[in-house]
Write a protein that binds this ligand. Structure first.
Ligand SMILES: Cc1cc2nc3c(=O)[nH]c(=O)nc-3n(C[C@H](O)[C@H](O)[C@H](O)COP(=O)(O)O)c2cc1C
Length: 304
């Protein structure tokens, strides 16, 4: 049996297979060591990291709705210095790529984070531009093409690592943002982050989440995510990491055929902590069964 080449290139970052885990759903990776061999994954996207430690939002932070998961964790994390000192040395024992997802309240904070993380053991940065821009009065960086571009320039100036920019679906035109951050120097794009939603407790007659609104994820967002990957693939040259509701090998294949070079698995990890390794193995199996020697043959294949 011929071996399948599963290796892909995400803006200079070489992944041994196209499956990574989505930020915020897989901890730093260490939490999942009891369940799967991290070395089976193309990469792990570490949970959102900020300059200072964050407690996250108060009140109820997760709601399982009839259609998907709502979360308002609020970027709880121990801060970048703790990550560098306590977590990164542990991660260096594994032969996979650790991509750190970063969030800032100002352009300067993103720049500082990039500078601090420009160290061995960090394979790439994933820049979450869904955070509120404090200086601009709370508007998210990811909803304004110019603000998003400023963040990318600040990050690129301060790092030699590949810079992956994570796009929010909570915009009218995702293509416009994608093109703007590509022009600002993004090496790759990942999409999509969660869709803004809410749920109400009819007994208390109050919103369930302490923060009222939260991010919707899981299979219910897959058709939206797939549509956005399709649109962005046609509009940019840089590689894409597709995510949003991927639970099965078929889901992952849909994203690759729509134009994703790699896929990221999020909410599905909560149901089955081994799912990302299973999807990586399943992609290889699909290629073997269908005479595909290199998974790259499938990227964007549904467009032709
Ligand atoms: C509990 C939870 C926490 C998340 N935290 C982050 C985060 O810190 N940074 C980020 O960019 N995305 C975060 N996300 C979004 C996911 O990485 C992913 O983009 C989204 O959930 C869609 O994929 P899925 O449907 O497979 O979960 C989080 C999602 C969930 C469910």
């Amino acid at each position: 049996m011929n071996k399948v080449n599963l290796q892909v290139d995400i803006g200079g970052l070489i992944l041994k297979n196209p499956v990574v885990t989505a930020s915020g759903t897989f901890g730093s990776g260490l939490e999942f060591v009891p369940y799967l061999n991290l070395n089976e994954l193309g990469g792990v996207v570490v949970k959102g990291t900020t300059l200072l430690p964050r407690q996250g939002n108060a009140g109820q932070r997760l709601v399982e709705t009839s259609a998907g998961l709502l979360n308002s964790v609020g970027l709880q994390n121990p801060g970048v210095d703790y990550y560098l000192k306590e977590i990164l040395p542990e991660l260096k024992k594994y032969e996979t790529n650790f991509i750190v997802n970063i969030s800032g309240n100002t352009v300067e904070e993103y720049g500082l984070l990039a500078e601090k993380l420009n160290v061995p053991g960090v394979a790439a940065l994933e820049v979450n531009i869904s955070c509120p821009n404090v200086k601009a009065g709370g508007m998210a960086f990811g909803t304004d093409p110019k603000e998003g571009a400023k963040v990318v320039k600040a990050v690129k100036q301060n790092t030699k690592l590949p810079v992956i920019v994570k796009l929010s679906p909570n915009v009218t035109n995702i293509v416009e943002i994608a093109q703007s951050v590509e022009e600002a120097g993004a090496d790759a794009l990942s999409l999509i982050n969660t869709l803004l939603g809410m749920a109400i407790d009819v007994q208390r007659r109050k919103p369930i989440l302490g923060n009222i609104m939260g991010g919707l994820s899981g299979p219910c967002i897959k058709p939206v995510a797939l549509r956005m990957v399709w649109q962005v693939f046609k509009a940019v040259k840089v590689p894409l990491i597709g995510m949003g509701g991927i639970t099965t090998v078929e889901d992952a294949l849909e994203f690759i055929l729509a134009g994703a070079t790699a896929v990221s698995i999020g909410t599905a990890n909560f149901r089955n902590p081994r799912v990302s390794a299973e999807i990586a193995a399943g992609l290889e199996q699909y290629c073997l069964e269908n005479g595909i020697q290199d998974i790259k043959e499938l990227i964007g294949a549904a467009h032709s």
